[in-house]
Design a binder for this molecule. Structure first.
Ligand SMILES: CC(C)(COP(=O)(O)OP(=O)(O)OC[C@H]1O[C@@H](n2cnc3c(N)ncnc32)[C@H](O)[C@@H]1OP(=O)(O)O)[C@@H](O)C(=O)NCCC(=O)NCCS
Length: 193
């Protein structure tokens, strides 16, 4: 059956280009993941706050390497795009920012992030999220980027607000984490914002 709309982002358009490196002000970069980041990812997932707000932990460098391989493959399959957030000078890992759950016909995706404990409280994550949202909305044809966090995760709500993601509502009891069910706060940025 023929479609009644043209896709917002034609199939193949993203994968035809390399995943870019994006500067975040002068001090940091979003760059594609490297397998050599695996040790830093395993270390990050030892943090109780990251474990609290994510569903998995990494018990070995090999497991972290497996995640990185999966993140890399999503660019090729146009299902998502994952960046390492690194210090521009030292190259040290500051965190992860990702666009997930691509729906290319609608031109939508969901943004996700974490920062390592030593990078927190400096406004770095909101700056990286802003850069990535602007790249997706104004350079790569996305129309809407969703951002969801557990209602109890106040730091993540501050990231959403500082990066210009409007609050749209609450999905009640939508996420199951290790400590039980959580209400989920939905935010979004759309191209017209
Ligand atoms: C949420 C998170 C990404 C914020 O990153 P960040 O780079 O610290 O962002 P900011 O510096 O803008 O701080 C955001 C809020 O974190 C809180 N915060 C400030 N300093 C902090 C610190 N040292 N440690 C933890 N939280 C801190 C504050 O509430 C701050 O809001 P404010 O600036 O209005 O006071 C980071 O705390 C994190 O990775 N947490 C664990 C994983 C997680 O929650 N991921 C998101 C899942 S939806």
């Amino acid at each position: 059956m023929p479609y009644l709309v043209a896709p917002a982002i034609p199939a193949g358009a993203l994968a035809a280009t390399g995943q870019p490196t994006l500067p975040v002000a002068a001090e940091a970069l979003l760059r594609p993941w490297l397998l050599t980041d695996a040790e830093a990812v395993r270390e990050a997932f030892r943090d109780p706050a990251i474990q609290r707000w994510h569903l998995r932990r990494a018990d070995s460098v090999a497991e972290a390497r497996g995640w990185i391989e999966a993140w890399q493959s999503e660019w090729r399959s146009e299902t998502g795009a994952h960046w390492a957030f690194v210090d521009a000078e030292s190259g040290g890992l500051l965190g992860r920012v990702a666009l997930k759950s691509f729906a290319l016909t609608d031109g939508t995706a969901e943004i996700a992030y974490w920062t390592v404990p030593s990078a927190r409280g400096r406004g770095l994550c909101p700056r990286a999220v802003t850069v990535l949202a602007q790249w997706a909305l104004y350079e790569r044809g996305f129309h809407r980027i969703d951002l969801e966090h557990a209602m109890a995760n106040h730091a993540s709500c501050r990231v959403a607000a500082k990066a210009g993601f409007e609050a749209e509502g609450i999905r009640r009891r939508a996420w199951l984490h290790a400590d039980g069910r959580h209400d989920v706060h939905l935010h979004a940025r759309v191209r017209q914002d």
